[in-house]
Design a protein around this ligand. Structure first.
Ligand SMILES: Nc1ncnc2c1ncn2[C@@H]1O[C@H](COP(=O)(O)OP(=O)(O)OP(=O)(O)O)[C@@H](O)[C@H]1O
Ligand SMILES: [Mg+2]
Length: 244
């Protein structure tokens, strides 16, 4: 079967000309369905630029990006937004929840854009909130929840429609270490459930929770390794449980 993600010679140049910044410089990367990959790099290395490409939020200057067999590198904005809706669940550092909606309503919102009927929406939202251990907080608004709980709502929102790809940009950046652990544990569960999880971070400790670690520097891939410690962390993960 073809790769889920296949990026070939991808370049992104900001401000072409005198002040140009080569934010991505001939990136080649393949990711298969069901992988759990961390993309790590220092500030300015090109992580967010790459995330924008992988998430179909922006198009490259040159090179190609095949997502699920379709070349998305030359699509129009409208076409890209349709692909995003269908294929990708986003998780951001700032949870980006809507303040006056409950947890359940926040999770349901993107399902409305997908044209899913009310009854199915409700069911998908409840399933997703249950998966992140928040069944008992469905009717709470973001201000009534902890940071870790808010991020779990954001994860539920990202996964409710069951998109094949979960793209998380510094998802634990605003969280304390206990909440970060919970979030990483949920990402791992998603991976075990067959989703493809791509985790973007500048933190080695967080990248070490993924099965494969791709390091970028100055817009280039510096290394791409399978994490030898991943399977031994399995046991520890089994023992841990999400705080309700
Ligand atoms: N819109 C833009 N216009 C010009 N240059 C940009 C733009 N966005 C990013 N850059 C430059 O491209 C390079 C990569 O930026 P990017 O935001 O992808 O880095 P990052 O790895 O996400 O960093 P951080 O960890 O600080 O978020 C940087 O040198 C940055 O200054
Ligand atoms: Mg960034």
């Amino acid at each position: 079967m073809e790769h889920l993600i296949k990026v070939t010679d991808l370049c992104k140049v900001y401000n072409p000309g005198e002040n140009e910044v080569r934010a991505l410089d001939h990136i080649n990367l393949k990711i298969d369905r069901g992988e759990f990959v961390a993309i790590i790099g220092q500030s300015g290395s090109g992580k967010s630029t790459f995330m924008n490409m992988l998430g179909c939020l922006d198009t490259p200057t040159s090179g190609t990006y095949f997502l699920n067999g379709t070349d998305v590198s030359t699509m129009t904005d409208n076409e890209l937004s349709a692909v995003r809706n269908r294929e990708i669940g986003f998780i951001f550092q700032g949870f980006n929840l809507i303040a006056n909606l409950t947890a359940e309503e926040n999770v349901e919102l993107p399902l409305i854009y997908r044209g899913i009927d009310k009854k199915t929406r409700r069911q998908l939202a409840r399933e997703a909130l249950e998966m992140v251990g928040l069944s008992h907080r469905m009717n709470h608004k973001p201000s009534e929840m902890s940071g870790g709980q808010q991020q779990r709502v954001a994860i539920a929102r990202a996964i409710a429609a069951k998109p094949p790809v979960i793209l998380a940009d510094e998802p634990t950046g605003n969280l304390d270490s206990a909440s970060s652990k919970e979030i990483l544990s949920i990402l791992k569960d998603l991976h075990k459930g067959g989703r493809t999880v791509i985790l973007i971070t500048h933190d080695d400790g967080i990248a070490a929770r993924a099965k494969r670690v791709v390091r970028i520097m100055d817009g280039k891939i510096e290394s791409d390794v399978i994490n030898p410690a991943f399977d031994s962390m399995e046991e520890e993960h089994e023992k841990g449980s999400i705080e309700k």
